[in-house]
Design a protein. Sequence first.
Length: 195
Amino acid sequence: MSGYEEVLADVGPRLRRVRQERGVTLTELSQETGISVSTLSRLESGGRRASLELLLPLSRAFQVPLDELVGAPEVGDPRVRAAPRRVEGMTVVPLTRQPGGLQAFKMVIDPSDAEPDLRTHEGYEWLYVLSGRLRLLLADQDLQLRSGEAAEFDTRLPHWFGAAVDAPVEVLSLFGRQGERMHVRARPTTTRRTQ
């Protein structure tokens, strides 16, 4: 399979991922673009090849550049042009481009007075503090990490992290479904009591 054929074969799964990330149904997307539900379904499943006439309205509907939507190959510019997003009191910059596998993010987390909300989900996470102080609640542990410290954990454990003091904290995060074991270095400040 040539490089272009591989790019074209990946368009369908990429379209499905973008649509699902935005919480849009095929019917809603059909109404927005004027493309029939069956054509959209065949595009996503690989049963129909993507054409410019189909991709342009999808690019507009998703507000995603066409080359990002199709996963166009790089043309000699090695710079990563990541678009920051605001998510629950933090600025998140994705540093990886491909869906699935290990994902890397830079996060700037603003201080908050909100009560920590511990969550669980599948996966494995590694955090590295670039600047500031990070508070990490992990099961019954309450940890503070300073610049240069890292932590790793199974995300099936109840966890939450945020700014430890009244100043933003910058963090690199690697997250994967299977997770690679990495280096851990953090000092507990207190042990939380479970009630």
